[in-house]
Design a protein around this ligand. Structure first.
Ligand code: GDP
Length: 479
């Protein structure tokens, strides 16, 4: 069985980019969705101080189980595209969404949308499509950083009278980073000052070249206000979806991604899940991030209870044991016990990760802490047998300060390392460096309990060298 780079990163609670760099150091050029075998995964996990132990093996068993089960599915058939609308403020994102919603043949009968659940499905005469409307780009990138991919197509709205602006550029950058194709809606073409050709020219500078100029980007001219070009936009999204060959097997056990989740006063934890494979039903056992549950009810964006949700359909799920996070994977399992044990293993791992990140600074983790911007200052408590060493070292150590991190001596004293030094270091997240002095056993034990890094040296130069290496992440661990 295998595990994807994104999954592995998520399970260790680190950024996918860190896993990708670690793989690069092993000479493997990997992408977010690349499948790793257990051995490679274990190697990388060890790199980050994890063993592929119970939690991970359960995850891998889970995946194997899913694989087996999925073989019992049916045929992968075309599924509706999942779309996110982006663009600069006031360029017409909301207006375009409203205009598209008005084409919904089902919502029309039921009296429109009554609930915000973070995503909704539209059945328009020009085709079905699903919109994820979690606010802003933050949700888009946050979900991606958690290894989740929900958006198939980005609709980039650019006002024809305003052109490419800051948030337009941001949206392009996010879409490109996520490798999601863009369909451009040149909006507000009803305005006298509209200049769609200018928008095309400006976007071409960002590699979004219209088909008539030999490029591959689909451009639509719309007026959300007057309802012009909306059908054309929906058709263009469908066309882009066809190019992507979006398919899913509705007969598999359901799998999807949590779009948003919250603790509801009367109803307990609720989560909007975008089903990406299979079909979700009431009564299904599942794992969602660190939690498990059994689907009590499925509710659509119109507040109606439904008995099934297939590929590309968002539904609000009740029956969770806790509140998962946006971007968490949602997986249906036949075995309730399995679901519970995967969830509790994940909770354990999450707590460990939390504890680890709350750990005190040491020369060994200094580089990571600098990288995480967890630490901007390396605080040092100095002890030496003679006063001269203290002065010489204190000055030289502070001179190692860089833009990213300042080295600061908190306290200096002659004589041996005391319990007080440990308490001070623990309280102020400092490390202790001693020259020709060694802590008594009792002091050493206290340091271990408090997680304080105590290092002893004979030569100033060696201590400086270690600090410098630690700042660059090049310090060899001591065993
Ligand atoms: P958003 O911030 O991108 O969601 O933009 P909105 O949809 O809220 O629209 C911003 C303003 O532009 C509103 O006053 C809309 O009425 C107006 N607007 C949106 N689309 C059009 C359009 O096609 N033509 C004109 N003339 N105004 C539009």
């Amino acid at each position: 069985s295998t595990i994807s780079v994104g999954d592995l990163a998520r399970r260790m609670g680190i950024k996918a980019s860190e896993v990708i760099s670690a793989l690069m150091r092993l000479g493997v050029l990997a992408t977010l969705n690349q499948a790793l075998d257990v051995d490679t995964a274990a190697l990388i996990a060890a790199d980050f101080g994890y063993e592929v132990e119970q939690a991970m093996t359960e995850e891998l068993e889970l995946e194997a189980l899913q694989e087996q089960e999925s073989e019992m599915g049916g045929e992968a058939l075309p599924r509706p595209p999942v779309v996110t609308v982006m663009g600069h403020v006031d360029h017409g994102k909301t207006s375009i969404l409203d205009a598209i919603r008005k084409t919904d043949v089902v919502a029309g009968e039921a009296g429109g949308i009554t609930q915000h659940i973070g995503a909704y499905h539209v059945q328009s005469p020009s085709g079905d499509l699903t919109f994820v409307d979690t606010p802003g780009h933050a949700a888009f990138t946050e979900m991606r950083s958690r290894g989740a991919k929900v958006t198939d197509i980005v609709v980039l709205v650019v006002a024809a009278d305003d052109g490419v602006m800051d948030q337009t550029k941001e949206a392009i950058a996010h879409s490109k980073a996520a490798d999601v194709p863009i369909v451009v809606a040149v909006n507000k073409i009803d305005k006298d000052s509209a200049d769609p050709e200018r928008v095309k020219r400006e976007l071409s500078d960002f590699g979004l070249i219209p088909e008539e100029w030999g490029g591959t980007t689909i451009f639509c001219e719309t007026s959300a206000k007057k309802g012009i070009g909306i059908e054309d936009l929906i058709e263009s999204i469908q066309l882009q979806a066809e190019i992507l060959e979006l398919r899913a097997d509705a007969l598999r056990r359901a799998k999807g991604t949590v779009i948003e989740a919250q603790l509801h006063k009367g109803r307990g934890p609720v989560a909007t899940v975008l089903v990406q494979e299979g079909t979700l039903h009431p009564g299904d056992n599942f794992v969602a991030g660190n939690y498990s549950g059994k689907v009590r009810t499925l509710t659509n964006e119109r507040g109606e209870q439904v008995q099934a949700a297939g590929p590309s359909i968002p539904v609000e799920v009740q029956g969770l044991s806790g509140v998962p996070q946006a971007g968490d994977e949602f997986v249906v399992l036949t075995d309730e016990k399995m679901a519970k044990s995967v969830a509790s293993a994940r909770q354990l791992k999450a707590r460990e990760t939390e504890l680890a990140s709350a750990s005190k600074v040491s020369l060994e983790n200094l580089f990571e802490k600098i990288a995480e911007q967890d630490v901007k200052e390396l605080r040092v408590i100095l002890r030496a047998d003679v006063q001269g060493t203290l002065q010489a070292f204190g000055q030289a150590a502070e001179n190692l300060s860089t833009k990213a991190i300042r080295v600061r001596s908190l306290h200096e004293g002659t004589g041996t390392i005391t319990e007080n030094d440990i308490h001070l270091a623990a309280a102020s997240d400092a490390i202790i460096i001693g020259f020709n002095v060694r802590p008594a056993v009792k002091v050493k034990e206290l340091a271990e309990r408090e997680g304080v890094d105590v290092r002893s040296y004979d030569v100033i130069y060696h201590a400086l060298e270690d600090i410098e290496k630690a700042m660059k992440g090049m310090l060899e661990p001591v065993y």
